[in-house]
Design a protein around this ligand. Structure first.
Ligand code: GLN
Length: 303
């Protein structure tokens, strides 16, 4: 495993086209695309890594996995009255379907659906308390008390969050947002600004791996369902392509991180800030394609 990760990190470093960073969050616009890290936390309790696996990055939409787990913990199956479970085939911040589908977002991993999940775990508590709960969950999953939120990134996102504000107002117009728009966007943007290294993120994803030594933070049924949603919706309009190339459930973020689960085997985190046209890490996706091929860990069988 260690040799494979080193080989993958070397191949990423040698790749000429590293993709482009997202510029709509000013604080993320200046990040060096020459960085690449990968870490694998295995079911038998080992942690392997290579490249820039100790450099913290903004997890952005990878946080939607933790938010969904928290929202499910808060209201259980009731959440499916407010958000669907189908891929949208549209970009992560699209407003297009909300009017036609009467304020019920397609799934909890596009921004509109994630805002509903945030609103759900926020409920009637304060943003500070809700974010405290989120951090408690992530720290327990990763077994790491040092994980924190980067306030500068959060404020940078809020200052330019015109799309997310419009999505939140649209949801509110259909009574599918209970807290105020400002509270939900504030909480959501802080949630996205959680910072982790690949090693920390691989550890945090272990609650989605069904093995005896993994932290049992959600029920078996919820774990299976979160994995199913990651496979079908975790990469927005690039979800089909990621399933085709990698064959494992994954959730990407616009900071260039991807959390990938190999059911029963491992939690994998890969990070490289340059994105492909879908807003998913370009080198991260390519690395996972190689990783899946070499390990034979696609859920669809060995190569
Ligand atoms: N915070 C980002 C946003 O809402 C998350 C998007 C992403 O990572 N794809 O735009």
């Amino acid at each position: 495993m260690q040799d494979l990760l080193r080989e993958i990190a070397e191949a990423a470093a040698a790749e000429a086209d590293k993709g482009n960073v997202a510029t709509y969050i000013p604080e993320l616009a200046g990040i060096d695309t020459g960085q690449f890290g990968i870490a694998v936390a295995t079911a038998d309790g080992k942690l392997f890594s290579a490249g820039d696996a100790d450099v913290p990055f903004s997890i952005q939409s990878v946080s939607k996995v933790f938010a969904l787990a928290l929202a499910l913990g808060r209201v259980g199956e009731q959440i499916w009255r407010r958000v669907g479970r189908e891929p949208s085939g549209l970009s992560f911040d699209s407003v297009l379907l909300l009017e036609r589908e009467k304020g019920i977002p397609r799934n909890p991993f596009i921004n509109a659906g994630a805002l509903v999940a945030t609103d759900t775990y926020l409920a009637s508590s304060s943003p500070r308390a809700a974010l405290g709960e989120l951090l408690t969950f992530i720290r327990a999953a990763a077994d790491d008390e040092a994980i924190h939120i980067n306030e500068t990134v959060a404020l940078s996102e809020i200052a330019t969050a015109h799309r997310n504000f419009s999505l939140a107002h649209y949801l509110a117009s259909f009574d599918n947002l209970h807290a105020s728009v400002d509270k939900v966007i504030g909480t959501y943007s802080h949630q996205c600004a959680v910072e982790m290294t690949c090693r920390q993120l691989a550890m945090a994803g272990r609650f989605l791996v069904d093995a005896p030594k993994m932290p049992a933070l959600v029920s078996d049924e919820r774990r299976r369902r979160i994995n199913a949603l990651m496979m079908t919706c975790g990469h927005y309009d690039g979800s089909g392509d990621f399933a085709f190339r990698v064959g494992m459930p994954g959730k990407s973020g616009v900071g260039g991180g991807i959390l990938v689960i190999s059911p029963s085997r491992a939690s994998i985190a890969v990070w490289s800030p340059g994105l492909n046209p879908y807003g998913n890490s370009k080198l991260g996706t390519e690395a996972m394609q190689t990783f899946s091929h070499r390990t034979g860990w696609s859920v669809f069988g060995v190569p």
